[in-house]
Ligand binder design. Structure first.
Ligand code: NAP
Length: 253
């Protein structure tokens, strides 16, 4: 994908990985629109990077996704890059799953339904542009599930599957389809403090941008890159070890 002169829409761009990507896209000479539910996070981001454009939107809701598409394409008709980054993560013990279905289905609505629907909305528009990209953020857990986040891991496998089909269906168009598989990265995903053990955000984002520049289409980092090339047995073994480690560190789970 070309790295400058794009108009980039980043979902969940007010914090974490989305904001780190927004900063780098701006530095390289792109226009960037960030979207999220919390206006104060978007405002904070805009104070830091005044060139950013912001829009409050709850992407778990179908009507808000359609309104976002209409708003973006009318205010930023040059839009040609969609970064499907917004996501949530919930720890779920299936032996104590006493919440209502609304609680559990949130992860599916935002992580999967939001991403697929936005992709379908933007593809026909992107076909009218000369150059376009869809960048989907899945996870190393798409390849090797984290048993403590079973619904989240399933949503990320779904993102990986959908992205793979999308790439094949769009191979004879000028829309490139990129998937980023972050490993654990130090952001507030799942709640503040839960990912402090993860990779530093800036090193992760710098490495991903180097891979964008190279034109790579499936991009991991450190542990998640290894998972992409591991055997099924290695991933199953790794999953069991991680689950045992999680239970040791979280005996009340
Ligand atoms: N950090 C990691 O260890 C890690 C590892 C693998 C994959 N990832 C993936 O990376 C992506 C970014 O996560 P992050 O680590 O940067 O965490 P984060 O800082 O919590 O970012 C998630 C972003 O998504 C937005 N979002 C959540 N629900 C939304 C909704 N319904 N509508 C619109 N925006 C919504 C959030 O903004 P609002 O709350 O304001 O809406 C937030 O800005 C996610 O897809 C995550 O699954 C992260």
């Amino acid at each position: 994908m070309k790295m400058a002169g794009n108009t980039v829409l980043i979902t969940g761009g007010g914090s974490g990985i989305g904001l780190a990507f927004a900063e780098r896209f701006l530095e390289k000479g792109n226009s960037v629109i960030i979207v999220g539910r919390r206006e104060e996070k978007l405002q904070e981001a805009k104070e830091k990077f005044p060139e950013l454009h912001t829009k409050v939107c709850d992407l778990s809701k179908q009507e808000e996704r359609v309104s976002l598409f209409e708003w973006v394409t009318s205010h930023f008709p040059d839009v040609n890059v969609l970064v499907n980054n917004a996501g949530i993560q919930q720890r779920v013990n299936v032996l104590k799953a006493t919440e209502s279905w609304d609680y559990y289905s949130k992860e599916i609505h935002i992580n999967v339904e939001g991403l697929i629907h936005l992709s379908l909305l933007f593809i026909p528009y992107f076909l009218t542009r000369t150059d376009a990209s869809i960048i989907n953020i899945s996870s190393g857990l798409a390849i090797r599930p984290g048993a403590w986040v079973p619904i989240y891991s399933a949503t990320k496998s779904a993102v990986h599957s959908f992205t793979t089909s999308l790439r094949l269906q769009l191979e004879n168009t000028h829309i490139s389809v990129v998937e980023v598989f972050p490993p654990a990265v130090n952001t507030d995903l799942g709640g503040a403090g839960l990912h402090t053990f993860g990779a530093p955000l800036d090193s992760f984002a710098d490495s991903i941008f180097e891979r964008f520049e190279k034109g790579d289409l499936e991009i991991g980092y450190e542990d998640s890159e290894k998972r992409l090339h591991a055997s099924r047995e290695e991933n199953e073994e790794g999953m069991k070890k991680a689950w045992e480690g999680f239970l040791k560190g979280n005996p009340d789970f």
